[in-house]
Write a protein that binds this ligand. Sequence first.
Ligand code: COA
Length: 332
Amino acid sequence: MGMRIIGWGTALPEKIVTNADLEKTLDTSDEWIVERSGIHQRHIGDSTAEIAVAAGRNALALAGIAPASIDLMILATTTPDQSIPATSAHVHHELGLGGGAFDVNAACSGFVYSLVMANGLLGSGAKRILVIGAETLSNVTDWSDRKTAILFGDGGGALVLESVPDEGQLLSWDLGLDGSAREILRADHGGFIQMDGREVFKRAVRVLVDSATRALEQAKVRPDQIKLLVPHQANIRIIRAACDRLGIGHERVALVLHRTGNTSSASIPLALVDAIDHDRLEPNDLVLLTGFGAGMTWGSALIRWQDGPSPMPGAGASVDRRTDLDEREDDD
Ligand code: COA
């Protein structure tokens, strides 16, 4: 038993904050931000539940299934709307889902953690699972701190998964955590993100490469066989360095970072759906999702793409068609 992806969707708040907007309140510049991070703008606004509902609704509509037929919903978020109850309770109610729901906080690796968990549950009785990654990092960002305010944004992405009797689309996975690094990226209750940017950067490249390599080795797949790498969208330089070490060409990377900023657990589904919407995937293509985040967590999942339903206009959130790393270099 395994999983098949039968629907996908995204959501981004309407309000866009550009680097030029940040220049007005921070001692920074568009040039610095683009050069050091690759980010041009980010979307800000709405609650985590509102974003998750919008992304989930788009994914369910594309799958063409009744919300009540969902057995379980997993919401990956590191920015829940409140401590109790889980934000998934709100989302479950608004969408009219069946079965249970719970939140997962594995920071920016949360979507990959949730996908792997869903795959296991689909192999042991669940029929349909909705996995959503949704974040409002703007609520935990100190907008007067130039070291962090330039990086983060809000958004969400979702996949509808169905159980299939064969191996399914998830070929291999790797999840990990080094809790000794928990202080380098943190936010206390009611506080803002505190980050040792250089240390996060250094470790991020290492754990991305190691985790991706483990997932590839498990499935006996070589990097040159990967059609699309879908990395956590944190920093263009982290992504480029990881690609170079893995031996994956920049043209084979899904990228939305330039227009979304770092949206934590939403970033991988946002980038994946963008690639799907731009017809970058064909049946049997191998897709490697790989992320890292606070904790420090990491996670990779190797997927064999299959044709899902045709994307409905508006189901995704793609606006800017420039999606690969080399095109981005033109802007840097
Ligand atoms: N605008 C202008 N200057 C800035 C700035 C900004 N927004 N932020 C920092 N600076 C300054 C610093 O004060 C420093 O000045 P100094 O040399 O006079 O001390 C200089 O720029 C270099 O800072 P540094 O932190 O070394 O820059 P960097 O190249 O490491 O880039 C980050 C900073 C945050 C972009 C980078 O470290 C990064 O992306 N790290 C990973 C963060 C991440 O991915 N977090 C999420 C993980 S899920």
